[in-house]
Design a protein around this ligand. Structure first.
Ligand SMILES: [Zn+2]
Length: 60
């Protein structure tokens, strides 16, 4: 975990929640300062829609 900084306001104290979705490592980062949220999938920035897609695929 290296770049723990908010892309919106540069806050460095972030809340991070790691999940496994459909066999992928997914992390939700949340900024307590500006309430931005963003996702990483397998270490790369990801859209929430991608994560939801994985979740729905996993149910099949
Ligand atoms: Zn922020």
């Amino acid at each position: 975990m290296s770049s723990n900084i908010c892309p919106n306001c540069a806050e460095t104290s972030l809340v991070e929640i790691s999940l496994t979705v459909g066999g992928h490592k997914v992390m939700l980062s949340s900024c307590s300062a500006c309430e931005s949220r963003w996702w990483h999938k397998d270490g790369q920035t990801s859209e929430v829609t991608e994560v939801l897609e994985l979740a729905s695929q996993g149910k099949r």
